[in-house]
Design a binder for this molecule. Structure first.
Ligand SMILES: Cc1cc2nc3c(=O)[nH]c(=O)nc-3n(C[C@H](O)[C@H](O)[C@H](O)COP(=O)(O)OP(=O)(O)OC[C@H]3O[C@@H](n4cnc5c(N)ncnc54)[C@H](O)[C@@H]3O)c2cc1C
Length: 413
């Protein structure tokens, strides 16, 4: 069968991209390995996604936000960064940003459920689920996508949203820079005795990194812990009572007693940046383009940013009767999305390396960085403006500042 666009992967990025093409007149196929029932009602994967102001605006435009039940939306009023035992650390306050809150927290599975419900109503989309893609190829007639059952789909453009370990990216001959941090990240919803006051914590402690993400209920948060794999395995093997006591100890009893309220899920920490986002009749979006370390909570936010640009380009080309696979169109997407993401990707890699390094020099540098952030209001304001702006343009001054910081700390090879 022939389509204008074949999208591979119905994760949050693939689904939102398809939804953003609604009404464009393009004929779309969406291929996903998971069964339809899993897409309609995805399992809780423990991830709570911090949503920026711009992402929320986009999710509203796509009709997803309206589908999220109120009790599934957490308010991220302020954020606090702690280094070792120093308390309260560097605080980013909503009022300094001139907003009522810094952002929102929504479960990954709730986003997936809402996005699927929207896509399921699109009559121009053929959903092919419970089916993987085994190969992609390209010739004078267009792009060809081979499914595991032998069917071949023909398209003008193939868009891969098949995760940071994307097979399609490799099949298209696009290399990617990958950095394995050698650590695992545990996420688990927990209730706690004291209220979270809608404040997120990022706590770079010695030998562990902890985060607390405030959810809708004032006594429930998502707890995020980064550890080397062996220590993580030991923690995962504890029963609930021992796990709860261990987590309360790690948080130095600052939240009082803690109890498990969701599944314990762990993820390997691997940062990925595709060297190119496009090839002939081919584009990567979502984590397949930029797979962020979760510490700066930008993976899905960047995914939305990229798919917004590509969808805008495709819609404009279709409306003008132009080819949707034109190399110049794809290059514009690549250029804009790289400009928006690369500085923060680099800065995040640096931050993640610096804050998980317990050697004396690293501890000293991060102590100095937090002290500077606490004293320098303009720096804090710049970072908050980046978090809370509602338009999609990159913030060049911050991007330049982050790049300069990286270059001064990491000698180029
Ligand atoms: C612990 C954790 C916390 C996070 N917190 C945040 C946060 O606070 N803010 C934020 O913005 N981001 C956050 N992220 C990142 C965010 O979760 C990801 O960026 C986002 O889920 C990526 O979506 P995706 O659709 O690109 O990829 P995925 O979610 O990986 O989906 C890929 C899909 O493709 C399918 N697929 C793969 N291969 C094939 C194939 N060959 N054929 C057919 N289908 C295929 C898979 O089955 C899957 O459904 C976090 C991530 C983690 C791990």
């Amino acid at each position: 069968m022939s389509f204008d666009v074949v999208v591979v992967g119905a994760g949050p990025a693939g689904l939102c991209f398809v939804r953003s093409l609604a009404g464009s007149g393009l004929r779309i196929a969406l291929v996903e390995r998971q069964e339809e029932s899993m897409l309609a009602d995805p399992a809780d994967d423990g991830r709570e996604i911090a949503i920026t102001h711009h992402s929320r605006k986009l999710l509203c435009e796509l009709g997803l936000w309206q589908r999220l039940p109120e009790q599934e939306i957490g308010t991220l009023r302020d954020a606090m960064v702690l280094n070792g035992n120093a308390y309260p650390g560097l605080v980013f306050r909503h009022d300094e940003a001139g907003k009522s809150q810094l952002g929102w927290l929504v479960s990954n599975h709730a986003i997936r459920r809402a996005a699927y419900a929207e896509v399921a109503e699109m009559t121009e989309v053929r959903r092919i689920t419970g089916m993987g893609v085994s190969a992609v190829s390209n010739d004078g007639d267009g792009a060809h996508v081979s499914l595991d059952d032998g069917e071949v789909l023909h398209a003008s453009l193939v868009v891969a949203a098949d995760s940071r370990f994307s097979h399609l990216r490799r099949a298209a001959g696009i290399p990617a820079a990958m950095h394995d941090f050698g650590k695992l990240m545990l996420v688990c919803r927990m209730t706690h005795e004291r209220t979270h006051d809608q404040v997120a914590w990022e706590w770079f402690d010695f030998g562990q990194t902890l985060a607390l993400l405030p959810l809708h209920d004032p006594h429930t948060s998502s707890v995020v812990l980064t550890l080397p794999p062996q220590q993580m395995q030991a923690l995962l093997s504890l029963d609930d009572a021992a796990f709860e006591a261990d987590m309360a100890r790690r948080f130095q009893q600052r939240l009082g007693r803690m109890a498990v309220a969701g599944p314990r899920c762990s993820y390997p920490l691997v940062g990925v940046y595709a060297r190119r986002f496009v090839a002939e009749r081919f584009a990567v979006i979502g984590d397949a383009a930029v797979g962020m370390h979760p510490v700066t909570a930008h993976g899905f936010n960047f995914g939305l940013l990229g798919l917004e640009v590509l969808a805008r380009e495709l819609r404009a080309a279709r409306a003008a009767g132009q080819a949707i696979d034109a190399p110049a169109l794809l290059q514009r997407y690549q250029r804009e999305h790289r400009r928006a993401t690369y500085p923060l990707y680099l800065a995040t890699q640096l931050l993640a390396s610096l804050y998980t390094d317990d050697r004396r020099p690293a501890r000293l540098v991060r102590g100095l960085a937090l002290a500077a952030g606490t004293r320098l209001r303009p720096l804090r304001h710049l970072i908050m403006a980046e978090l809370t702006r509602a338009d999609e343009r990159p913030a060049p001054p911050l991007a330049r500042a982050l790049l300069a910081l990286r270059q001064s700390l990491v000698p180029s090879r």
